[in-house]
Design a protein. Structure first.
Lengths: 333, 338
């Protein structure tokens, strides 16, 4: 373990026990976040992005989920070994998460105020606060996210608000206590482009101002390019490429990253490449070796047998461009 | 897909309105509360072209699709298909007209019946529209068209991936052998890699069967690659229509510019194409209380006094480039702020 990281995940493996077998979803995930860094996590639906993030907060439903291997360090403390009481402290002050669908994340039968106040009340310092103070605390983040008339907002129900406003409430909820790491799970996906733009700009601004680290999970490459410093590309439960955002977009290495980039429709026109053949593998019987090999046009014999390690590629903005693919074996460290 | 201006029009929508009554202001039901989902739009789709309709959610683009396919009857205005009014007479449209216009819905998960096998799903349009032919053979041919193996016939939707389900939905639309297909956000529920595959399939099928289509999406970069002409919709009205290349090179309407500058892009080349950063503000208002004057004036960065009072009319700013904004009405032209 290394103390310069705010968050460090080592060789995390998560299985899901289901009827008919075990789904080997995460297969050795390595992931780090520095202080004040904006990290992106990209991949197709079902590649394990959300599972990874949920394991950080230990909110995976267990069973069926089972963490079989790995460590998660937050500020040097192992989250997986932590007693429930300590964990609550991490959740209330350290890490918080914004979910993809704000409609599902908010409880429809409680007012926004009740939900925000609950977060304050169960935070570490919340026990000693009076009702009035709790309400005051709940108002602060509502003002920060730029919602009109925050006092009135506390007494509305989520159904009375639009999608963009609901997402702002979710962001406010994530900011109630002082945070060090914010996990944004596709914060704009269910919103329109103009609203997505507003929400992303708001997040960006808050992150700068409060000096918190943020993890952006998304499958929209454009969002990652505009909002992050460093990007992880994930495929079928493993990281396949890590690089500074500029390097990744200027010079993608992994065949999967290439495929993703080509598939994005461009404003310049000229048609779309055919995407990546096939689909995410069946986690009951994942492919041996590199999990991407059945869809890869460069697949070699070794890809079917062995898992690729991370190879370092130098020469970009940052020297830390790593790719898990045998094609880059020659440039070994 | 090149556009030939001499091509005949296949679908013409003239001043179409669709209002929905969602409740009443009084108990005697005399003062209805109406939502103006579509409020007087006109456009034409030419034979063989892909006409793109873009807008945020709540702008009424799906209502246009559903009205065209016949799920709703328009409150006012006309829709004609090859010169024939789609809503003449009290009775529904004839079977032969229904056959010509088919639709692919946004979410294949909910548009395919989970209790029917793929064979049954594809059989229904064949039963109705092509009674005499050998159905199993037809189904195999349909599956081939969308690049799926014949044994998919016996599968159920839940065993298929999102992309495959959408392929089945496309095959179902094509089963009736239509000449006009409405694609209502066919890929917005899918990943980019699958989206690319479906879009390319659609383009290929369209060329092969000389289909015309109305392509609805909120993704402008996708639109750039599929449509030959684009219309932007905002609160039930069209604000700008142009040829795709022209549209992206020289957007006129402030709303179009706001949309374009909000798109997250993946390369520097694209960045250059975007208009100067316009900070997007506000949200689409509720269509129950449409703002007076130009419906966009509450969010518009270049609002003038006239905007909150008078609704602008559609003018031809350039050849085949229509825009509905006070900025470009007489005398103001030329100053487009780029």
């Amino acid at each position: 373990m290394n103390s310069e990281f705010l968050l460090e995940i080592n060789e995390l493996c998560v299985n899901f026990d289901v009827y008919g077998g075990t789904l080997k979803v995460l297969d050795g995930v390595n992931f780090t976040v520095h202080r004040g860094e904006k990290v992106g996590l990209v991949g197709e639906t079902g590649c394990g992005k959300t599972t990874t993030m949920k394991s950080i907060l230990r909110i995976l439903p267990m069973p069926p989920a089972r963490i079989t291997n790995g460590e998660i360090y937050f500020k040097g403390r192992d989250i997986l070994e932590m007693p429930e009481e300590k964990l609550r402290q991490v959740r209330s002050e350290g890490v918080s998460m914004i979910f993809q669908d704000p409609t599902a994340a908010l409880n429809p039968v409680f007012t926004v105020g009740q939900q925000l106040e609950a977060v304050v009340k169960y935070s570490v310092e919340g026990k000693s606060l009076s009702k009035k103070e709790i309400r005051e605390r709940a108002l602060i983040p509502l003002r920060e996210v730029g919602l009109p008339d925050p006092e009135r907002m506390l007494d509305t129900y989520p159904i009375q608000l639009s999608g963009g406003m609901r997402q702002r409430i979710c962001i406010a909820m994530a900011l109630v206590a002082s945070r060090e790491l914010l996990i944004a799970d596709e914060p704009g996906t269910s919103l329109d482009v103009t609203i997505q733009d507003q929400v992303l700009r708001l997040l960006h601004h808050l992150v700068q101002e409060k000096d918190v680290s943020i993890i952006f999970i998304t499958h929209t490459l454009g969002v990652v390019r505009e909002t992050t410093d460093r990007v992880y590309v994930m495929y079928a439960g493993r990281m396949v490429e890590v690089a500074a955002t500029k390097d990744l977009f200027a010079n993608p290495l992994h065949p999967y990253t290439h495929g993703l980039m080509d598939a994005v429709p461009k404003l310049t026109g000229g048609g779309i490449a055919d995407g990546i053949a096939g689909r995410i593998p069946d986690y009951l019987n994942p492919p041996t070796g590199c999990r991407f090999h059945p869809r890869c046009s460069h697949a070699m014999d070794i890809c079917r047998k062995e898992k690729p390690a991370f190879y370092n590629k130098q020469g970009g903005v940052s020297d830390d461009h790593q790719v898990a693919c045998f094609l880059y074996r020659d440039g070994e460290k | 897909m090149t556009v030939d201006n001499l091509k005949t029009e296949i679908l013409t929508i003239t001043k179409m309105k669709k209002y929905f009554t969602i409740g009443y202001r009084d108990i005697f039901k005399r003062r209805p509360i109406t939502v103006k989902a579509v409020d007087g739009i006109s456009f034409t789709v030419k034979e063989g072209e892909t006409f793109g309709l873009v807008g945020e959610s709540g702008s009424g683009k799906s209502t246009v699709a559903y009205t065209t396919v016949g799920m709703y009857r328009p409150t006012a205005g006309h829709i004609s298909f090859r010169g024939q009014d789609l809503f003449e007479g009290k009775n529904g449209r004839s079977l032969s007209l229904k056959k010509e216009i088919q639709i692919v819905f946004q979410d294949p998960g909910s548009s395919l019946n989970p209790r029917r096998s793929v064979k049954q799903i594809l059989e229904l349009p064949l039963k109705i529209h092509r009674r005499d032919e050998c159905r199993t053979e037809q189904i195999v041919r349909l599956l081939e068209m969308v690049e799926l193996p014949p044994d998919y016939m016996y599968k159920y939707p839940q065993t298929l991936g999102g992309g495959e389900k959408q392929m089945i939905a496309i095959a179902r639309a094509l089963a009736a052998d239509p000449s006009f297909v409405i694609l209502d956000e066919p890929t917005s529920a899918l990943d980019v890699s699958i989206q690319a595959k479906i879009i390319n399939l659609l383009i290929r099928l369209q060329n092969e069967f000389h289909l015309s289509s109305l392509f609805i999406t909120h993704d402008l970069s996708l639109m750039r690659n599929v449509a030959s002409r684009v219309a932007i919709m905002y609160l039930g009205k069209i604000c700008e229509v142009a040829q795709t290349a022209e549209f992206f090179r020289n957007p006129y309407h402030p709303y179009t510019r706001m949309l374009l500058s909000s798109i997250p892009v993946v390369s520097e080349d694209e960045e250059k194409l975007k208009p100067q950063k316009i900070i997007s503000t506000g949200e689409i208002p509720s269509p129950v209380n449409v703002p007076s004057g130009c419906s966009f004036h509450l969010r518009c960065p270049r609002k003038m006094d006239i905007c909150s009072q008078v609704d602008p009319v559609m003018i031809e700013a350039e050849k085949e480039h229509m825009v509905r904004c006070h900025l470009y009405e007489q005398g103001r032209q030329g100053n487009n702020g780029r």
